[in-house]
Write a protein that binds this ligand. Structure first.
Ligand code: NDP
Ligand code: 13P
Length: 298
């Protein structure tokens, strides 16, 4: 295995942005299911032979991808996805740990729209790992414009990154229904309380929710049309069918499936998650106006 070699797997929006960022300080390879005519694009095996892998494959696809493609041979992994597996309700750390030792895995979180990273605009992200050593190894790989912080609250970062996508859908609905700034601020702040309550059940640390991974990413995603999840919400408020919205989007909106996962987990562990539950129901066809009435009285 080549030393300090690094590759991004998954050349979607975020994978390409991370490849751009990681190419500033060293050579970084990139691969994807669909072959692309882009700089440093290699076949999958060449990428898998690298020592460091940044995996930007969506949450719902990763288990099957790992089963079919991944053999652990000492690689260190940074997980770029933000979501919870809907079919099982399993967190990404649980899935990855079936294939890779915990000390070799880190999770990227924090407010980071790919399109802005692509323009080298400044941002701050968190590398969440049980191994501080891993953080120390990967931190210098990031360019100056992407400031990195360390946290060992892996589950906290995961819940924040996944849950904020669902709240972003709710916020897009709120915007689409023209409910006003007061309503949106109320929704986002109650969303933060809700995701913290949910995370507590799984051992997430409270402080993660007021930091970059939580409030930082939530405020970003739930207040901007740059967010795909927010745009899903806008489409729902306009009465568009989910299928049409997702076709028009052409990119992943993790909040859609993650709302199912949250529903499953909140039912199992009896966690009060009113906003996520209404998002799931709206995605299944409930009218947004009816959801609003139910949220206001609950
Ligand atoms: N975009 C952003 O600003 C940010 C995104 N994220 C997270 O990163 C993850 C990826 O997002 P993003 O890159 O934007 O999404 P995109 O929809 O742009 O790209 C998805 C990528 O996943 C690959 N992919 C999808 N299904 C499979 C599969 N079954 N097997 C192998 N590869 C697959 C696609 O490969 P191909 O195209 O080659 O077929 C593509 O490279 C999501 O979890 C998202 O929440 C996190 C932070 C910021
Ligand atoms: O996670 C993101 C920014 O931090 C991107 O959010 P969207 O997937 O909603 O675009």
């Amino acid at each position: 295995m080549a030393e300090k070699s690094i590759a991004v797997i998954g050349a979607g929006k975020w994978g390409q942005a991370l490849h751009f960022a990681l190419s500033q300080n060293q050579k970084c390879l990139i691969t994807s299911r669909t072959k692309r005519d882009i700089k440093d694009f290699v076949d999958l095996q060449t990428a898998l032979d690298c020592e460091y892998l940044v995996i930007a494959i969506p949450a719902q696809e990763i288990r099957e991808w790992l089963q079919e493609n991944f053999v652990f041979s000492g690689q260190k992994i940074l997980v770029a996805a933000k979501g919870i597996e809907a079919s099982t309700g399993e967190f990404l750390n649980e899935i990855y740990e079936e294939f890779i030792p915990r000390k070799n895995i880190g999770f990227i979180s924090g407010p980071s729209f790919a399109s802005e990273v692509m323009q080298a605009l400044p941002a701050a992200i968190v590398i969440n790992s049980k191994s501080r050593k891993l953080y120390k190894e990967v931190s210098p790989m990031f360019p100056r414009f992407l400031k990195t912080y360390y946290s060992d609250d892996v589950i906290g970062a995961e819940v924040c990154g996944a849950y904020k996508n669902v709240i972003a859908i709710a916020s897009g609905i709120c915007q689409g229904l023209k409910l006003g700034n007061n309503a949106r601020a109320s929704l986002i702040s109650r969303g933060l309380v809700e995701m913290q309550r949910f995370g507590k059940e799984f051992g997430a640390r409270k402080s993660s929710f007021i930091g970059l991974s939580g409030a930082g990413d939530l405020f970003l995603t739930a207040s901007s049309e740059l967010s795909r999840n927010f745009r899903v919400g806008l489409g729902l408020a306009q009465g568009k069918a989910l299928k049409t919205i997702l076709e028009e989007l052409g990119e992943v909106a993790e909040g859609v499936k993650t709302s199912e996962a949250i529903h499953k987990l909140s039912k199992k562990y009896k966690i009060y998650t009113p906003i996520a539950n209404e998002v799931k129901l709206i995605l299944e066809g409930k009218s947004a106006q009816d959801s609003l009435k139910d949220l206001l009285k609950s």
